[in-house]
Design a protein around this ligand. Structure first.
Ligand SMILES: Cc1cc2nc3c(=O)[nH]c(=O)nc-3n(C[C@H](O)[C@H](O)[C@H](O)COP(=O)(O)OP(=O)(O)OC[C@H]3O[C@@H](n4cnc5c(N)ncnc54)[C@H](O)[C@@H]3O)c2cc1C
Length: 374
């Protein structure tokens, strides 16, 4: 998704772009997650600024590509089960509003008008009209098509070509060299490996997540609905399993229940504990789900950097190398803002957001990677 967005905006900025992927389109984490485009779960700061930029760009792409990418500006609804969580949600939303987020309080008695099938007895919630949704694999495919970039799938990057003075000159692949004056590392969870091919360190790590998929249903869940505790789980540094459900209906009918978070390396084995906790949490929000069959679950590995911010921009250690990876659980949403910023950096324009918080060299000092090995 991130590579597709970089290709789109770089091509629209006038560059000749080639996209190389060792797998098919959306064969990485993009095909193994969900498509929530959220501003609601982000606290004020660089990630929220990028989410707001991305939300604007997604809205334009929604006009352009619309149904093809299943773009739905449906809004998010965050619910609180206790007065204490609701009070904390109000404080959180106040900070977000000062950063440009629209957050409308919803009293307990108004919740059913937004979501008729929600559990009774909730303390209240917050409505976030800027939250939206896309179907990630379709979005990646359509953005690539719209870019007009030449696509080399089934081709693995095995090296980064450099000139005598160390400047990037393209990539070596298992099917020959591709020459270019700039290379963008959009290798997601494998972004650290790609950086290593260019001789630099970028500590991207996998954070596993499961999603439960129900049988197709008529539209019972209208918004992106999640419990207020979700924000704490996303920001958590814990390696242990954390699950606070995000429930969403899809255009195709199934309800998606995501997503767990745990750091267990690239272990693909099914975790019953994770999917049980997701199911229980979702039933807590929407009791009708108790009578609905879960058809399958799937897992993916979020590309995670120790400070929970992606690496975006030029790598000052290797002229011509750019990074666009490490977006953790928000890479679908943040992809388009990232693509825009990368295109601006590639063409020598001043990026419309300050790239300092995202700079790829920020982990150079010893001890800044939190000692993670998972
Ligand atoms: C369970 C789960 C739920 C999620 N839900 C959401 C959500 O609701 N909203 C959201 O915004 N995000 C969500 N995410 C996160 C999102 O899926 C990721 O942040 C995003 O997909 C990352 O995209 P990417 O393009 O950086 O990485 P990827 O999609 O992994 O793409 C990287 C590509 O690089 C290729 N590659 C790697 N190494 C090489 C090499 N040497 N040569 C050639 N190709 C190579 C891979 O084949 C891959 O296709 C979720 C993730 C999970 C796991």
């Amino acid at each position: 998704m991130v590579g597709a967005a970089c290709a789109l905006y770089a091509a629209r900025a006038g560059l000749d772009v080639r996209v190389v992927d060792r797998g098919p389109v959306a064969g990485g984490t993009t095909g193994a997650g969900e498509g929530n485009l959220l501003v609601s779960d982000k606290e004020p700061g660089p990630e929220l600024d990028l989410a707001l930029l991305s939300a604007r760009l997604w809205a334009h792409l929604g006009d352009e590509l619309g149904a093809a990418v299943e773009y739905e500006p449906k809004g998010g609804l965050v619910v609180a089960s206790t007065p204490e969580t609701l009070a904390a949600l109000h404080v959180f939303a106040k900070g977000q509003r000062s950063a440009g987020v629209v957050a409308d309080p919803v009293s307990a008695d108004r919740l059913p008008s937004l979501e008729p099938h929600l559990a009774p007895g909730l303390a209240g919630g917050m409505h976030y009209p800027q939250d939206a949704q896309v179907m990630p694999a379709l979005a990646a495919a359509h953005l690539l098509r719209a870019s007009g970039a030449r696509l080399h799938t089934g081709r693995t990057v095995t090296g980064v070509l450099r000139t005598a003075d160390g400047t990037v000159a393209g990539v070596r692949t298992d099917r020959g060299d591709l020459h270019a004056r700039a290379v963008v590392n959009a290798a997601g969870t494998w972004g650290g490996d790609l950086a290593a091919l260019a001789g630099v360190r970028l500590p991207v790590l996998p954070r596993r997540g499961f999603v439960l998929v129900t049988e197709p249903l008529p539209r019972m869940v209208r918004h992106k609905v999640y419990a207020a505790d979700y924000v704490a789980d996303v920001a958590s540094d814990s390696a242990a399993l954390r699950t606070s459900p995000v429930v969403e209906g899809t255009a195709a009918g199934p309800v998606l229940i995501g997503a767990s978070r745990e750091r267990v390396g690239f272990d693909r084995s099914l975790s019953l504990a994770a999917v049980r906790a997701l199911a229980a949490g979702a039933i807590g929000l929407f009791p009708f789900l108790q009578r609905v069959r879960a058809l399958r679950s799937y897992a993916g590995f979020r590309p995670y950097l120790p400070d929970h911010l992606p690496a975006i921009g030029p790598d000052l250690r290797v002229p011509g190398l750019f990074h666009a990876c490490g977006h953790e659980g928000a890479g679908i949403g943040l992809a388009v803002g990232t693509g825009q910023l990368i295109a601006q950096a590639l063409t020598g324009k001043t990026p419309e957001l300050d790239l300092t918080p995202f700079r790829p060299e920020r982990f150079e000092q010893a001890g800044t990677d939190g000692g993670d090995t998972a």
